[in-house]
Each structure stands twice: as C-alpha cells, then as structure tokens.
Design a protein around this ligand. Sequence first.
Ligand code: ADP
Ligand code: MG
Length: 380
Amino acid sequence: MAISFFKPKTDDEQVEDRPIIDLREVNKYYKTAVGDYHALEGVDLQINAGEFVSIIGKSGSGKTTLLNMITGIDRPTTGEVWVNGTGVHKLNENQMARWRGKNLGIVFQFFQLLPMISVIENIMLPMDFCRTYPINERRQRALDLLELVELADHAHKLPTALSGGQQQRVAIARALANDPPVIIADEPTGNLDSKTAESVFALFNDLVAKGKTIIIVTHDSGLAKRTHRTALIADGEIVNEYVAKVMPTLNPSQLLQATKTAKNLTYEAGAMILAEGTNADTFYIVSKGTVEVILPRPNQSDVIALQLGPGKCFGEMEFFHEKKHRASIRASEAGPVEVLAIGYDQLSELLKQSEATQEALRQMANKHSGENLSWRGVSS
Ligand code: ADP
Ligand code: MG
C-alpha cells in the first residue's frame, strides 16, 4: 500500500521511557445545581508510546470524563495533562482544535459520522481541517485508509447505507486521517454485536502492532484482558494496577480502599528493604523494578532465592505464619525499586471483606513457605 503512515520508531525513542500520555494529580469538578461534583480525584496516569490500554469501571465512575481530559474536549479543574509533549491543559480553544486534529484520533460509541456526506468525504474532512497533507493527496490517502479498514468498495456511499460495524471502521479510518500517534476510543464496541466488536478490536490490535498508542474505554472485560494494561476507575479514582493484579478478587471499591491505604516507598538500587529476623508488620507489592529475596542457609553462603518484579508481593507469608521475616529483601542492583506498603492491620481489614482474597493470599503464603524451606535445604 502506497501510504505514508506510521513513522517507524527510532531506537532512541524506544529506550527513552517518557510516557506519551501523562496525567498528574488531575481533579475535575462539575458544577451542578446541588454543588460541585468531584468527578475525578487525584488521577495520575502514565501511558507509554505503543501501549494498548483499556479503561474499565462502572457506569458513572468517570471514564468519559477522564478521556475528555486527554482529548481536551474538557479541562481539568486542577492538575496537568501532557499528551505527546504538549500541555493540553494550557491550550486555548483555537490551539486545541488544530493540536487535537494532528495528535489524536477519536472514536466514539455512536460513530458520529456526518450523515450528509459520503464515507470518503468524512475521512477527508480532518485532513482538510488540519492541512497535514497536500490537497491533491487527500482523496488517495482517504481511499488507502478505507482499504486498510477493508471498506474501499463503500467509499462513495452515505454512512447510513453501512452497517454499524462498517460505520465504526469508517470512524477509525477517519481517526487515522492525519496519522496521529494516539487513538482514543470511548466504548467503541459498545454498540456492536460481539462478532463485529471482535473485528473492530482486531483492527485496534493491528494499529498497535504498527506503533500507535491506543486507549479504549470498554465494558467488555474479555476485551480489556487482551490489551497490554487495564486501568480500573472507581468513583473518579484510579485503582493501582499492581494492587488489582495481586488481589484480583477484591471488588472495585475494596481495590480503591487498598490503593488509598498503600504507601508508596522508593529504594535505591541495592538498598536493604527488610532484614531477616526482624518483626514483620507490612505487606508489600512491587510496583517498579525488581527485589531480591535473600535466604540465609545454615553453614553456607546466603542465596538469592527469588527475584520479584512489578505485580509480585512479599510479606504475606509472615502475615499468615510467624510474624518474623524469614528472608531478607533488597532492591536489585539493576536500579531503584518502588513498592506499595500495606500495614497488616489494614490488610486484615481488607481481607475481612473478601474471603476469596483471604484464601488466595493464604495459598500464596503456604506455597512461598514451602519454597522457603526447600531453599534452605530443610525438608518440609
Ligand atoms: P462514565 O463514562 O464512567 O460512565 P462519566 O465520566 O460520564 O462516567 O461521568 C462521571 C460522573 O460525572 C457521573 O456521575 C456523571 O453523572 C457526572 N457528570 C458527567 N458529566 C457531567 C456534567 N457535564 N455535569 C455534571 N455532572 C457530570
Ligand atoms: Mg462514558
């Protein structure tokens, strides 16, 4: 296909780990007749270039509000929103429209194609608005995009002559018109049957493979599981993804409670986090970097028994068994480590609310306990 598309990522961009989307302490209040409504509360969200991220949460939890902060359709009351290096919260209306046209492709649940003009004209519209491509190239580019979504035969029809799934694919082609690095889609499959939804999802997957960054809001947890990362939002706050990973059987409000009680701690490379033999009072979840579990062995040198990366936890063994650390834990030499720390009292409170989570953690503790003994050369 003779289409200028998807600038290949250079090695430099790949090693540089700067997020393409960076929300910092975003708060959004809506003014209502009964006072201010706090729709987003202290939202921090970082998404790297090339990631496929799903946002899930109950109806009314703030998903659309969050997307509107990223697209600049609405503004945060406080906080910062950086997209592809631009402070979106600082743009005025004029700057916003042009910036958005070049940087973001937006896909809506109800397609929102203009009904009075043909499919191909719908796709040319953003190119005409942003003038990213010379006027004599726009029609061919629109056709190439229609080819990409397998609808070139329908170029000259009105949108209403197409099925829902076809209209959504046209909407995706339109979102790609100016070759934006980021695609934002609010329940793009919410109005489609499951087979059609699948084909739209497959198209997103292809685009991610070609280097696009994609964020979708979805109600479909099956689809969400197939993205690189899922952000769960509850009552306008983002649940920590590692908390959700370690305790998947907590419900959204319990996950939020766990997120809020967790303290974020940072350790330098090689720093000791816990010493063997000391009293245990905290459950830890690794959120960045790698920690090493070091076991002392009788008459032998210490051994690094395990390395735990993001989404792994420690301290659950001591919570269920003896309340003394049976291993030392240190940050690996490879780089700094961040952990989320939840005190045992707070962990007890959480586990009282969810028997399934209590059981899952207990089983993990028993498994680790067995491994611990075998590493020490003690038969259990
Ligand atoms: P979701 O997309 O997760 O269903 P929304 O972001 O649309 O949720 O809405 C989050 C909350 O903010 C809801 O309680 C909704 O009623 C409220 N809300 C959304 N938009 C407005 C608005 N313009 N004015 C007042 N309240 C709003
Ligand atoms: Mg919504």
